[in-house]
Every structure is written in C-alpha cells, then in structure tokens.
Design a protein around this ligand. Structure first.
Ligand code: GDP
Ligand code: MN
Length: 382
C-alpha cells in the first residue's frame, strides 16, 4: 500500500524527521488561504498523487504571491499525472536548496535484509543517475539483528556528508527513518530529495512510504491511510467476497476456478492476439451466488466486451456448474457475449445444458474457447 506525500510526511514528523509545515488543499481558494496561514514568503505547491515524477509532469511549482499561488494551484489541479487526476495539492513552505540528496530504506531480497540506499546526486533525475552512473549510488545492507545503532548510522552519514555538523544531522535522520520503516512494516521509506538548505540544515522535502500489505493487519493506523482508487476499491470488494481479482487493461473478462488456470487463461488470450481485462480466480466451487457476484465485478468494468468462463470440474461436477451458470445468467441483466469452456466430470451433460439454454457460446477445448473469445471482442464472426 502506498501513502501520499502528505501522509508520509505526517509519519516522518512523528519520528522526528524534519519536514516543512504544510496544508492539504483541494481548491485554489484553499491554497490561497493556506499561503496566508503559513505566513511565509514562498511556498511549494505539490500535486498529491500516488505516483512519482510529479515535478517533471508539472505537478510541483513554487509561488511567492497570492496571485501566483492561485494560478499554479489551478493549473496543477487541472492536470493528470500518469493516469492519476490531481484532486488535492499540498502547500508547504518553500525551501532554499543548496543540494539535493537521495536516501531510502527498502528490502534487498537477495541479501535477505533491509538496505539503505543513498546518493549525493538526489532529485528528479535519480533513475537516470542509477542507470548511467550507478557508482554514485551507495548501498548499505542492514543486519536485522544489529539494526541501525548510532555508530553505524554515523559511519553511513559520513559517506555522504563531510562536515561534522551535517553528518550529525544525517545520523539522526537515518536512525529516525529506519525506525519509521521498521515499526510500520514498510517496504519503502524514501526521501528524495533530502535537501541541504542554504542555512546548512537538512530537510525532507519529499516523502514516500510503501507498506507491506501482508502486515497491514498489525497497523490499523496505517490501514486507515488507504485511499483506494476506484479500481483498488473494486479489487478490495472482490477480496471481501473471497475472490482473487486483479484488473488489467484488456477487454476480455475472465472468470476461472483456480489461480493456475486463471494465469493460463490470460496467457492463452494473449497468445491468440487478445487482451485480458482481468485476472479472476473464483476459487474451488462455482455456485450461482458466486457466479453472480463474480459477474457483477466483471461487468463493473466498462472495458469488458466479452466474458470467458473457464472451469475445470475436478471436485465440482460440470453439470452442477452449468446449472449454476444458467441460474446466474437468468438473474443477470447483460447481453455481453459469454464463452464457456467446461472440462471434467460430466462435461458432456454440462455442455449440453449450456448449449440448450442458448445463452452461452460453448467450447470443448481451451484453444477453441480462447479463439471464440478473441474473435467475439474483435467483432469477427465465428
Ligand atoms: P517528485 O518529482 O514527485 O519527486 O516531487 P518532489 O517533491 O521531489 O519535487 C520535485 C522537485 O521540485 C525537487 O527535486 C526540487 O528540485 C523541487 N522542489 C520541491 N519543493 C521545493 C521547494 O520547497 N523549494 C525549491 N527550491 N524546490 C523545490
Ligand atoms: Mn521526489
């Protein structure tokens, strides 16, 4: 789970990491009020979206008058960054930047430990730095049994800062950031840029935190920060209903029993030149209630032009599945083409029932079914 900058900054503040005071706004009027309220000469206006690269996309601007604050706030609230429309902006005191550094803690799976990543070449081009001049990025693995005691933090801090006073400040920031990372079961705690100000102090002017979803149950306060996009909301609803659902870009809705078969179904669709709209594992059984629930999730996605139901009747009998599907589609109001491939116990009976209902396109093999689904969305006749 990702947190917004303003949320990550609240966590940073709690751990003593220096961040500017800030106000979250959703209109230009609010931004102007915030500017007055902060009572500073210059503010940074920043889009709050769950993606990086806001600066380069025009989502970060500085302003030193009410007119400019209003103008920039309006501009930023009108843009969409990497598919995320900007609905809120953060107004914070602008910092005089002497140098930009990069600092983060994340998981190094190969080393089976947390890794501290630092660079003196921080800022908006950090990806480029990593690609072209990887020697400018410092990696320090953290022994989980030792953690980050002061002597270690100090040693790491001195690799980036030569002046004692700055290294001392960095030592504290490293320890605080590590604590925030560990205590919240984060998978990333990143400051980019960590800024050396004209006055010689260090400030986190950007903040990013990503949390381990599997550990969220231990952190209700973190969980409360979750602001799902409509898509994530749909995935969460599916999860509550016992489905495993991941939305994709394509137009063929998939309903499959079993994760492996669901993956294979998506691969097959791709192989035949189509594009799956989702991954959906409805689990072992396929009773009508489940099918209806699953179909509702699929139909919620306006991109879905056909549904491919791929069922392996291992324990479940195919005639039961067919009866379930027929009952379900009696209740569903949709004329979307539905392609069904059933295999397993009593498959012949199941297929006959489906064919006789005249509601489904019925296939015997996975090849045949996939081809039907792909042709159906392309508007080709079979
Ligand atoms: P990102 O592009 O999404 O990572 O957004 P950041 O918050 O990191 O901002 C991008 C860039 O805008 C930073 O690297 C800074 O160069 C600049 N910036 C952000 N806030 C300030 C500020 O308060 N003062 C100044 N001078 N520059 C800022
Ligand atoms: Mn940044």
């Amino acid at each position: 789970m990702k947190a917004h900058e303003y949320q990550a900054k609240e966590i940073f503040s709690r751990y003593g990491i220096p961040v500017e005071q800030h106000v979250l706004c959703s209109t230009p009027d609010e931004a102007v009020t915030a500017f007055r309220q902060l009572g500073v000469n210059k503010v940074a206006i920043k889009a709050q979206v769950l993606t990086g690269g806001r600066g380069k996309a025009g989502g970060v601007k500085l302003a030193d008058s009410e007119t400019l604050v209003r103008q920039h706030a309006q501009e930023i609230l009108n843009i969409t960054i990497k598919g995320f429309p900007v609905t809120r902006i953060l107004i914070s005191e602008a910092v005089d930047i002497a140098a930009e550094y990069y600092t983060s803690f994340t998981i190094d799976r190969n080393a089976r430990s947390v890794v501290l990543i630092m660079s003196a070449a921080g800022g908006m081009d950090i990806e480029e730095v990593a690609r072209k001049t990887p020697e400018k990025i410092i990696h320090c693995n953290i022994d989980p049994l030792i953690g980050l005691p002061k002597y270690l933090a100090q040693r790491f801090a001195f690799t980036l800062f030569k002046q004692a006073e700055q290294a001392k400040r960095m030592t504290t920031i490293l320890q605080d950031l590590y604590k925030a990372f560990i205590e919240n079961d984060a998978s990333l705690a990143e400051i980019n840029p960590l800024v050396l100000t004209a006055k010689g102090t260090l400030r986190a002017i950007d903040a990013k935190m990503v949390f381990d979803d599997n550990a969220l149950y231990r952190h209700p306060d973190v969980q409360a920060l979750f602001e799902p996009t409509p898509e994530e909301q749909l995935e969460a609803t599916a999860k509550e209903r016992g489905f495993s659902y991941v939305r994709m870009d394509g137009d063929i809705g998939c309903m499959v029993n079993g994760a492996g078969l669901a993956m294979t179904t998506m691969d097959m669709i791709k192989l035949y030149g189509g594009s799956p709209a989702n991954f959906l594992d409805i689990g072992g059984s396929s009773n009508p209630v489940k099918v209806i629930e699953a179909m509702k999730i699929l139909l919620n996605d306006s991109k879905v032009k056909a549904v491919f139901i791929n069922i392996f009747g291992g324990i479940t009998r195919c005639d039961d599945v067919a009866i379930g599907l027929i009952q379900a589609f009696d209740q569903l109001q949709t004329d979307i083409p539905v392609i069904v491939r059933l295999t397993g116990t009593n498959e012949n009976i199941g297929r006959k029932l489906l064919k006789d209902s005249n509601r489904f396109q019925v296939a015997e093999t996975m090849n045949e079914a996939t081809l039907m689904a792909v042709k159906s969305v392309k508007g080709e006749t079979l």
